[in-house]
Write a protein that binds this ligand. Structure first.
Ligand SMILES: [Mg+2]
Length: 261
């Protein structure tokens, strides 16, 4: 296990829920960690797989917790998905299962939302999901419309326990259509490519920090970037024993990572 990060590790890609805050509660020491990163001449970027909200909503949520960041310091899986769609289809049209915030983000980025002959069906973390939307999505996918999903998380942690997330919604569609989605977000290559082009850096300079093994840690482990597990969220130490995905560094909480700077 490392005791110090190499000097070329310049960008901390921070997960939010379970890493920086828990629900609506900032985790102790989170703001201090950001200050220490900047004092060390390094940078941070928030990246969340949660596509139920858009960038503006997250910026307001963070500001409400006393964390004032620039809009260039936050990315979401929704943005990776928009980028992928625009690179894949010209004048793209999609059938989106998403919240009004995600719909607004797609439309403001020039993606038309339609039920009629879309280029793809896209599933986000749709907390406004209905049977009608699922039925339409299944019909389109059964008729060979490509099936995309913003991120693979099965559950989302809340103060009152887990709630079903995008992966669980996709499993419903897969069970009906026998088609698996192409997932974006963490841990997939499209996300690491998006982040390195956004920061104009190489993956060796990235340090992914998060609480979930199959997304936050896997993106580093599978693509040659450094990963740091915090124990403030989903993963407990005993989960590591039975996991193929292993972090480079384990800390109790985000603030403890300052010791490695
Ligand atoms: Mg998390």
């Amino acid at each position: 296990m490392n005791t110090r990060l190499e000097s070329n590790k310049k960008y901390f890609i921070l997960d939010m829920d379970g890493t920086f805050y828990l629900g609506n509660q900032l985790l102790e020491g989170s703001l201090e960690f950001l200050k220490k990163v900047e004092a060390a001449g390094k940078q941070f970027l928030f990246f969340t797989n949660n596509s139920s909200r858009n960038k503006q909503v997250y910026l307001e949520k963070l500001a409400g917790m006393g964390c004032h960041i620039d809009e260039s310091q936050l990315l979401t899986s929704g943005m990776v998905t928009i980028h992928y769609i625009k690179n894949t289809w010209q004048n793209p049209k999609v059938y989106l299962l998403g919240t009004p915030a995600l719909e607004q983000e797609f439309e403001s980025n020039g993606i038309q939302l339609t039920e009629t002959r879309p280029d793809a069906v896209v599933v986000g973390f749709d907390t406004t999901l209905t049977y009608e939307k699922l039925e339409k999505a299944c019909t389109l996918i059964r008729n060979h419309t490509p099936f995309l999903a913003t991120h693979p998380d099965n559950n989302c942690p809340t103060e009152s326990g887990y709630i079903p997330d995008c992966g669980a919604m996709c499993a419903f569609i897969t069970q009906s259509t026998n088609v698996l989605p192409k997932y974006l977000g963490k841990p997939y290559k499209e996300t690491i490519d998006y982040i390195t082009s956004f920061l104009n850096c190489t993956k060796d300079e990235l340090v992914f920090v998060g609480d979930r093994l199959y997304t936050d840690i896997a993106i580093g482990a599978q693509h040659g970037a450094t990963s740091v597990l915090v124990l403030t969220g989903e993963t407990r130490l005993e989960d590591l024993e039975k996991s193929d995905v292993q972090p480079d560094i384990i800390v109790d909480r985000l603030l403890d990572l300052t010791a490695y700077l």
